[in-house]
Design a binder for this molecule. Structure first.
Ligand code: ADP
Ligand code: TRP
Length: 321
């Protein structure tokens, strides 16, 4: 199966991104043909500072490679190294009714949050459809927030095919990551850069530990019995611990006599140990930017090879060839 997904380089990756998006995406590479790209054109709608966009793009590349992306299995590329997506976005714009974009939640949500209401933000779903359709992806793993974008991509593919009288594009199936639990942030809300409550996966270790010590808990005293199932520290601990370790810590919560500080320390130790090998690999890659660049350029070359016949069929279908 051909699988494609994109991630916006719009800030530092946090535990929510790791467990919610990165780990499931990396698991797919074992059994599928995977295209994974850094959506830097899309990130332009929110990251206006050129230096920041460059930095975030570079960091996402390092993060994925450090955490186990295998460039032999996954075509890993920067969106901006595949300019063909813009031509396809145009061909799709021609069959895209205004009403379809006017109904898009993401545009309304983002403008309500103060993000510039410009054409790029409005046309965002068309570019996203082009990302997907240009390689004829069968399946697209995304979070629930992206479901409507996938519906738009299917809609545009169907409209284009009907008009062309042939199946130029594959209708992509969404693979919604519902099974993945929402990772709580330090304040107990969903972890998100927009809430400033993140634990970054590659933050300086001391800083990460300090942030973990700030995770909010109830005000139970040290000797009190505690409920692990309503505790943010325990919810995070579960992501890193095996069943036996989870049971052992849960039992200590229920017995009383253990303070939250101790649970936080156990969590910080787990987080540190879990990411230590990835940190090492990341530091190695950071010392070798040419290697990272070569991986991204090779990924882009593979993507462009997959795109070429699809784009050519689309151009023929509308009379450009
Ligand atoms: P943020 O909310 O920090 O801006 P993004 O929306 O850029 O993060 O997240 C990219 C993907 O990471 C999302 O589509 C989602 O699948 C996943 N993700 C983000 N935060 C969480 C979370 N707290 N729990 C689970 N998954 C998350
Ligand atoms: N819109 C996606 C997000 O914000 C990123 C993205 C861009 C994407 N193009 C894509 C995801 C194509 C899947 C397929 O998370």
């Amino acid at each position: 199966m051909r699988v494609l997904t994109g991630i916006q380089p719009s800030g530092k990756l946090h535990l929510g991104n790791y467990f919610g998006a990165m780990k499931p995406a990396l698991a797919l590479q074992e059994e599928n043909e995977v295209f994974l790209f850094i959506a830097n054109y899309h990130a332009q709608t929110t990251v206006k500072d050129a230096e920041k966009l460059r930095e975030y793009t570079r960091e996402v590349a390092l993060d994925f490679l450090a955490c186990g992306l295998d460039p032999a299995k996954t075509a890993f590329y920067r969106q901006s190294d595949v300019p063909e997506v813009h031509e396809l976005a145009w061909l799709l714009s021609v069959v895209c009714p205004m009403g379809l974009l006017e109904r898009a939640h993401s545009y309304k949500d983002k403008t309500a949050r103060g993000i510039d209401a410009n054409h790029a933000l409005f046309a965002y779903p068309v570019l996203m459809a082009a990302d997907i359709l240009c390689v004829n992806a069968d399946s697209v793993p995304v979070g629930r927030d992206q479901k409507q974008h996938l519906e738009i991509a299917r809609d545009l593919a169907g409209k284009f095919n009907r008009q062309a009288g042939e199946d130029v594009f594959t209708l992509p199936d969404p693979m919604i990551r519902d099974a993945v639990a929402i990772v709580p942030g330090v304040d107990g809300q969903k972890m998100s850069k927009s809430y400033g409550n993140t634990i970054d996966i590659f933050g300086p270790p001391k800083q990460v530990r300090k942030t973990i010590m700030k995770v909010v808990t109830d005000s139970a005293a040290l000797e009190d019995k505690k409920d692990p199932d309503t505790c943010n520290v325990f919810a995070l601990y579960k992501l890193f611990a095996d069943d036996e370790e989870q049971h052992a810590l849960a039992a200590r919560y229920r017995e009383g006599g253990m303070g939250y500080g101790e649970a936080k320390k156990a969590l910080a130790d787990k987080v540190e140990a879990f990411f230590a090998p990835y940190r090492e690999k990341r530091a190695e890659l950071e010392r070798d930017p040419d290697q990272v660049e070569a991986v991204l350029l090779d990924g882009a070359a593979r993507a462009r090879k997959a795109i070429e016949p699809v784009l050519s069929a689309a151009r023929k279908a509308v009379g450009l060839e």
